[in-house]
Design a protein around this ligand. Structure first.
Ligand SMILES: [Zn+2]
Length: 676
């Protein structure tokens, strides 16, 4: 299981130290983004972002459109320019530029893609169809896994959470086309409509691969039955948040004994894992159910499932007809998008997916100024000091725990902009056979890279889990690192023209958010070395849990739609991180203002501008389908609730806007979360 905690629809806003500049510094607040016809205390989200939301309708290709997506669009244009320049020139075969250019052009070549239809996967489909013996099913699945087609379960090599300097091979639940188990078992009408849509989607794709209607329908039925069985024994996104219960380390000998229904020798031989000595089975129930399926379900039905995993994965990369049918289900039905992204954006995304750090290297040379890194280092330091101060001030935490917490805080490994060493793509061949064939080679290349650099090897702390051009940020507990890629460190989020109030309210809260993940309900279970271990003094954990429970219950009671509640357990870690981010960044602003006092400007005090800048990060419009989808799968709360759910727990917000019990967002002091 991967443990990164992303910021998701991230934001970053401005900079500190701007105040020493001689030129005029603005507030960074655009009054047109506000809707001052409502009162701040009744609906702060509308007050702070109503103007923005009224003037930024959701484009047809989006299911959600906000500040984050605006920045993503800008980044995409920059990347397009870089990649198209490379693609228009001739380069030596085997060079990074040749690979970037050829791959981009290949995705743009609709004539070739449409001529090929499903030809690029036909041989594999026929090979699966030819199977008649049960003993040939699993070897075929291993064959597909090597190509990146992962049915039944998933695997990964990453830091051992109880021996974090060392990597460990992990097997986890997987094999679900819809990702989250709820889609297979919930019986509300919206979910049932999605299941019907999924069934039709499968039937259509089988038909498009040449199967007659009745055969296609039978195959779809078989797939849904197998995936439903896996789903029933899988854990929910909330259950997956508990690291201890998703860790079961054992020797390979014990693995073969305890999970004897899976032919591990074939798997290890096929994938190059024969040197593995230990593994962790994340979710034993789901893997046991796969053993049952392999033994009980008919060969014909399992063939349908294997064919499906291949067709479904490939469908985005075949002809326009396949791509359109894939979009109709995953884009329109599941997320509410009205139309697919233009081809050039899909090309950029493909090059990003296959050669991400290669593109990143060119990107940072052009778009990431060295001084931005300097300034971020400084800002992170401000936030680190403020969090230390907040930890010291907590009366529910013992001196003993505080000491270890401060130790963990000062041990944070900070990554800013781009990695010091870059991935080498020289072993990857990009050539003009088919788009799908190139993706398969890329998957094989990535798998080989993971096995060669990680199996039985120590953890490389210099590895980046995001490319530099990514518009996001993360905290990773096993390396105790926070990472802010170059992609997010630019206007409108990284704005040197704005003053400290705006900067601390935006990028400051983002930094504080990532830092707080080191101390949220999950992150607090890891020590400064990244090991899952209980370092909290007796009583402190209980006091933390009591406080966290207030947050969980508050969000459990939020209606995101008239018939849909938020999930306080799934979003607890992120809500705590938003809470901590706000408290810590506010404290950092107060500290900064002791040296550089700020005045009321544009009609708002510095404290008010801090909260306006924060809310502005989450300005967004979203479709109902996407609200339902995210509520099922996303550990982050929806934008509206990252504002209207977070601020009622921050005392300083009440003071800044004079919010009283007359206002509808008011909650009594004793009902507020009091952690940081
Ligand atoms: Zn987060």
């Amino acid at each position: 299981m991967k443990f990164k905690h992303l910021l998701l629809s991230v934001p970053l806003a401005s900079m500190t130290l701007v105040s020493c500049k001689q030129q005029t510094v603005g507030t960074g607040i655009d009054l047109a983004n506000l809707d001052q016809t409502v009162s701040a205390g009744n609906d702060f989200y509308q007050f702070a972002t109503g103007g923005w939301r009224a003037t930024h309708p959701i484009p047809a290709e989006y299911s959600r459109y906000g500040s984050f997506e605006v920045l993503y669009e800008n980044n995409n244009k920059q990347l397009r320019e870089l990649i198209e320049t490379v693609a228009s020139e001739k380069h030596a075969v085997g060079s990074l530029e040749q690979k970037i250019g050829d791959l981009y052009n290949m995705v743009m070549d609709s004539v070739k893609l449409n001529k090929e239809g499903f030809e690029p996967i036909r041989a594999d489909l026929e090979m699966i169809e030819a199977i008649s013996a049960r003993g040939d099913v699993f070897p075929m699945m291993v064959n597909l896994m090597k190509k990146g087609v992962r049915g039944y379960f998933s695997f990964y090599i990453g830091a051992d959470i109880k021996d974090s300097k060392q990597n460990l091979l992990e097997f986890n639940q997987g094999g679900l086309s819809l990702g989250e188990k709820g889609y297979y078992i919930e019986t509300d009408s919206a979910t049932m409509a999605i299941r019907d849509g999924f069934n039709l989607y499968m039937t259509d794709l089988f038909k498009m691969c040449g199967y007659p209607e009745d055969v296609a329908a039978d195959k779809a039925k078989a797939v849904l039955e197998i995936e439903t069985r896996i789903a029933q024994s899988s854990r929910s996104a909330t259950e997956l948040r508990d690291p201890e219960s998703n860790y079961h380390k054992m020797s390979v000998e014990d693995l073969k004994k305890d999970f004897s229904g899976i032919d591990w020798d074939t798997l290890f031989n096929g994938i190059g894992l024969t040197a593995a000595k230990e593994v962790s089975i994340g979710q034993p129930e789901a893997i046991h159910e796969v053993e049952n399926i392999l033994a009980e379900v008919s060969v014909e039905e399992q063939k349908a499932y294997m064919q499906w995993t291949l067709i479904n994965l490939a469908s985005s990369y075949l002809s326009d007809e396949f791509r359109a049918r894939n979009f109709e289900f995953y884009g329109r039905i599941l997320s509410g998008k009205q139309q697919d992204r233009p081809r050039w954006k899909r090309s950029v995304a493909t090059v990003e997916g296959v050669l991400g750090e290669g593109v990143g290297r060119i990107y940072v040379e052009k778009y990431f100024p060295a001084e931005a890194k300097e300034r971020m280092i400084n800002l992170v330091k401000h936030l680190q000091d403020a969090l230390a101060e907040r930890i010291q001030e907590q009366d529910w935490m013992s001196e003993e725990t505080k000491k270890v917490a401060l130790d963990k805080l000062s041990a944070f490994y900070v990554k800013i902009g781009y990695p010091d060493k870059w991935r080498d793509y020289s072993g990857l061949t990009i050539t003009d056979d088919s788009f799908w064939a190139n993706l398969v080679r890329s998957n094989e290349f990535d798998l080989k890279h993971m096995v060669e650099t990680k199996l039985n090897k120590p953890v490389d702390r210099e590895e980046w889990f995001m490319t530099p051009q990514t518009v996001n940020a993360y905290y990773n507990p096993t390396t105790n690192e926070i990472c802010f890629p170059a992609g997010i460190l630019q206007p409108p989020f990284f704005n040197m023209e704005a003053d400290d109030a705006c900067n601390f309210g935006a990028i400051g809260v983002v930094i504080g958010h990532e830092m707080t993940h080191g101390f949220d309900d999950k992150g607090r279970q890891f020590d400064k070395n990244g090991n899952l271990t209980d370092w909290w003094a007796p009583g402190d954990s209980e006091r933390f849990d009591e406080r966290a429970k207030v947050m969980k219950e508050f969000f459990d009671n939020i209606n995101v739609l008239p018939d849909l509640k938020a999930n306080g357990s799934l979003t607890l870690g992120e809500n705590l991180a938003d809470h901590g981010g706000l408290k810590v960044a506010y404290c950092a602003l107060q500290n900064a203002m002791k040296e550089n006092p700020l005045e009321t400007k544009d009609g708002f005090t510095p404290e008010q501008r801090f909260f306006l800048a924060y809310a502005n990060l989450w300005a967004s419009n979203i479709r109902e389908e996407e609200m339902r989808r995210l509520t099922k799968v996303d550990p982050h709360s929806l934008g509206r609730w990252r504002v209207n759910g977070a601020l009622p727990h921050v005392d300083a917000w009440y003071d800044a806007f004079g919010v009283t019990e007359q206002d509808s967002m008011f909650i009594p002091k004793e009902q507020r979360v009091t952690i940081w």
